[in-house]
Design a protein around this ligand. Sequence first.
Ligand SMILES: C[S@@+](CC[C@H](N)C(=O)[O-])C[C@H]1O[C@@H](n2cnc3c(N)ncnc32)[C@H](O)[C@@H]1O
Ligand code: SF4
Length: 388
Amino acid sequence: MNQAVRHVYVHFPYCLHRCGYCDFATTVARVIPRERYLQQILTELELRTADQPLAPLETVFFGGGTPSLWGPAAIAAVLAWLQQRAGFAQEPEITLEANPGALESGDLAAYAAAGINRVSVGIQALQDTRLRALDRLHDAAAARQTLAQLGELLAQGRLRSANADLIFGVPGQTMLDLRADVAGILDYGLSHLSAYSLTVEAGTPLAAQVKRGLAARPDDDLQAAMLDALPALLAPYGLARYEVSNYARPGHASRHNLAYWTGRYYLAVGVGAHGFLPQPGAIGVRYGNTRKHEAWLRALAAGILGEDLRETIDADQHQDERLLTGLRLNAGLDLQALAADLGDDRRLALLQRAAPALARGDLWLRDGHLGVMPAALARLDSLIAELA
Ligand SMILES: C[S@@+](CC[C@H](N)C(=O)[O-])C[C@H]1O[C@@H](n2cnc3c(N)ncnc32)[C@H](O)[C@@H]1O
Ligand code: SF4
């Protein structure tokens, strides 16, 4: 595999409020230690790049939590460090996740001036009843305000791309509601949409409510019907599906996420962040930082990494990961790239295992790519298990 590391993920774990469905590494702090967190992110970058140099970066992703609460100066400081130590490839993609609302999204123009050229905003819904059901802090008016700001920054060329996250299949939501959400968001000229079906994650307040009968469980059939309907709802806006949950105008697919989904190496820093780096004698190493934010802060203050996971990835595991993500792509899994990275015998063995599903019409094989037929997307997990 090409050993260059050209992608960096920076996790900012703080949120103003914990949404009932969310299982991400987030912390609701009374006072967000913005400066302390920045210093420790820079310390982690120093520690992790001491024995793993970075190539000129193609993508940087500030995810959360709510990194739009960090402030443009902190984002600029991280980017300045990366510029000095690694530099950037031509036209890098630099993404900031933001939440709607003036308080949470901050000054998006200032973030653009700090070097952000792609914003991903967690709209989730454009109806107050559903936003309340999702336990979100923002309302539809705040969502529209942030979308309008994004539309303006795109039109002025101060941002290159903008994404909205949408959650569908919320109990009570109809197909008409979904259509209205999509139209409401894309009328602002966004270039990308991520649409996720509501998942009840174990251990969340939503899971407890469902268990006690206080909240309805999402309906699988309705979610499958909505997943089916989305491509046609988005086509009039020029967005096409390129991954099961992701839609973009031509040239606006997320290069950072595509790097994950095609098995590239990436450095990740921050509370709960997971990275994948080259390792001599293996395909690579996957590491994970602790999700306990105080423990992470303490470790970095002592000049050590706050890791609680480190796993050597061999060729079998890497192939499984490539299958898992590659088959979710509309372009399918690139078999030539797999053969180049892991050997041609693996490509041939995979094709043999794929033969029954190809014969059934569940998979397609074209131009050296193996993909899932749209009608079989709902059975993606069992297809992947069949090929692994
Ligand atoms: C970790 S969040 C970060 C973005 C931002 N803080 C926000 O909430 O808008 C990334 C996205 O994952 C999606 N997500 C998180 N938990 C989910 C769940 N249980 N079911 C469906 N989508 C979920 C939401 O669409 C969310 O915008
Ligand atoms: S704002 Fe985003 S990251 Fe924070 S709790 Fe809500 S869904 Fe999770």
